[in-house]
Ligand binder design. Structure first.
Ligand code: C2E
Ligand code: MG
Ligand code: MG
Ligand code: MG
Length: 283
């Protein structure tokens, strides 16, 4: 056991560690059937303009409704899907469900979908995205794909070709969790990403830390210089929102404006927002 987990390191197992390993192992087994059993569902979190708080779209966030353990978050099951060879099947499902949901919204709203670096390495990714668009009937410009800097680390010819093919399809590309990776910045310009999403670790600090505020302003400036839209993730307080506004941030996402919600709650939100001319309504 220690060898499997530690790769030759000496490792003392506490009861908590073996419990965690057991849970992980069981979940990996159970996730094999989760898709077929329709236990994976999407939550949607609203995306707003920073200034007027106009609704611009939603990010689709996967959840696993486990029959016994309850709702399990993507930070726990995405790695299992990646390790178990199920990430492409999961990705197809998420793409199609997200597009299908977006088709029921006003057509000026976009849907953002997260991609694993493994999906980006699949030569069939552009075809898979195309298939989801065709099957759902969603206009490509309403779909935005979110990639992390990590996905761009290996700038192989294959990854470059995939990004070019996705651009050709007409979908948007965004860099997620910007500022947390270690990649060179040259890809931002080269692959014409439309949007930078500032990681929530910066947003969390901006009201308290001058440094975080300086970095955030610099990222917004970088986006502007490269002609990219900038969205700040993880906005939880009015103070953070006001600082982002003054810094010229384009869009925001966070618990202050709306938590990720089941699809059934999106319709009522859209109805409420329609009454205010598209503006955010207090949660
Ligand atoms: P992400 O793409 O950066 O998504 C934003 C995460 O921040 C979400 O966590 C969201 O619930 C959370 N969040 C939003 N507003 C706030 C806030 O104000 N404060 C705080 N503390 N958190 C906030 P979630 O849903 O647990 O997703 C975690 C990550 O899992 C996502 O990070 C994304 O990288 C990945 N993920 C989610 N769905 C999928 C999917 O369908 N496919 C893939 N490959 N990855 C996914
Ligand atoms: Mg994301
Ligand atoms: Mg993020
Ligand atoms: Mg993240």
């Amino acid at each position: 056991e220690a060898k499997a987990a530690g790769g030759g390191q000496v490792c003392l197992f506490t009861p908590e560690m073996s419990a965690r390993l057991l849970r992980c192992h069981q979940l990996e087994q159970e996730f094999q059937n989760a898709l077929h059993k329709r236990e994976v569902l999407l939550f949607f979190q609203p995306l707003y303009d920073c200034g007027g708080l106009q609704l611009r779209g939603f990010e689709a966030l996967a959840r696993w409704q486990h029959p016994i353990r309850g709702l399990i978050g993507p930070d726990e099951f995405i790695p299992l899907a990646e390790a178990g060879g199920m990430i492409n099947a999961l990705g197809d499902y998420v793409l199609e469900e997200a597009c299908r949901a977006a088709l029921t919204w006003p057509n000026d709203l976009r849907v953002a979908v997260n991609l694993s670096p493994i999906q980006l390495k699949d030569p069939a990714l552009p075809e898979r995205v195309h298939a989801a668009l065709v099957r759902s009937g969603l206009a490509p410009c309403r779909l935005e794909l979110e990639l992390t800097e990590g996905a761009m680390l290996e700038q192989t010819g294959q990854v470059q070709a995939a990004l070019a093919a996705l651009k050709t399809l007409g979908v948007g590309l965004a860099i997620d969790d910007f500022g947390t990776g270690y990649s060179s910045l040259s890809y931002l310009h080269r692959f014409s990403f439309e949007r930078l999403k500032i990681d929530k670790s910066f947003t969390r600090e901006i009201a308290a830390s001058q440094d975080a505020q300086i970095v955030t302003r610099a990222i917004i400036g970088l986006g502007a210089a490269l002609g990219m839209a900038v969205l700040a993730e993880g906005v939880e307080t009015e103070a953070q929102l006001n600082i982002l506004r003054k810094a010229g941030c384009g869009q925001v996402q966070g618990f202050l404006l709306g938590r990720p919600m089941p699809e059934a709650d999106v319709g009522p939100l859209l109805a409420r927002v329609a009454c205010t001319g598209g503006r955010a309504v207090p949660a």
